[in-house]
Unconditional design. Structure first.
Length: 118
């Protein structure tokens, strides 16, 4: 169930909001989880933030383009690269390559939510 916050609408499960080639949950504990996502060259995880948790991205295959705000940054991550996005910091993930992008996202510590930017 979506909840209104001062930042916007907080959604407890965003898995149905955007399309990915593959999604797998490797670990889920109270306040922490590790997921693996695979994006085709045309897929994107839309602009969003999280109220409590940070996202740490770790690229396994392909090339990620990561946009963040506050302050604005635009970076490319390759296999073996990682980057942590603090809680409350808006970000967008897209595939920067011509093949599939596979990455891990470590999320914690706190309650997961997805706050889309509208």
């Amino acid at each position: 169930m979506a909840v209104s916050t001062e930042r916007g609408i907080s959604i407890p499960d965003a898995s149905g909001l955007y399309e990915v080639e593959r999604r797998a949950r490797h670990l889920e504990r109270p306040g922490f989880r590790i997921s693996e996502l695979q994006l085709s060259p045309t897929q994107t995880v839309p602009w969003h933030s999280h109220t409590e948790i940070s996202d740490t991205f770790y690229v396994l295959e392909g090339e990620m383009r990561l946009f963040v705000q506050n302050p604005k940054e635009d970076m490319r991550l390759k296999p073996g690269d990682s980057y942590a996005v603090a809680a409350g910091r808006p970000h967008l993930v897209t595939n920067a390559g011509e093949t599939s992008l596979t990455f891990l996202v470590l999320q914690g510590v706190g309650t997961y939510d997805y706050v889309p930017l509208v």
